[in-house]
Design a protein. Sequence first.
Length: 141
Amino acid sequence: MKVLALIPARKNSKSIPNKNLFKFQGIPLIGHAIKCALQVKKIDKVVFSSDSDEYISIAQSYGAHSFGKRPPELALDETPMKDVVSFELGRFIEHFGYTPDLIFIIQPTQPLRQPHHLEKALSLIIQKGSDSVVSVVKIPQ
């Protein structure tokens, strides 16, 4: 099974500008997401998607692939994630010459995520035959 980890990060968040560059334990949030994905043996490729050259440069320094900036229309508040995934999947197939069997969308804003969380999600998909898994956390009121 070929697994692609896709890490999307827009520069201009509507609520907190440049939030994806905020540092947690000295590492930008996008760095945490990439480092986590790279530690999962079953993930074949880690691709970073952004509308920012600065973000892309940082992501590449942590070991992620990037195919350059995505178009501005794919970095709007109302842009559906499926459109970003479809666009990046097309570039991935063109660059690497194959279609992954599974795509993980890894949001940068969860720096406490650990590789075992991704491995557990992979296990649920593979062993249970699920077609998708979404992580949630119960927040006390």
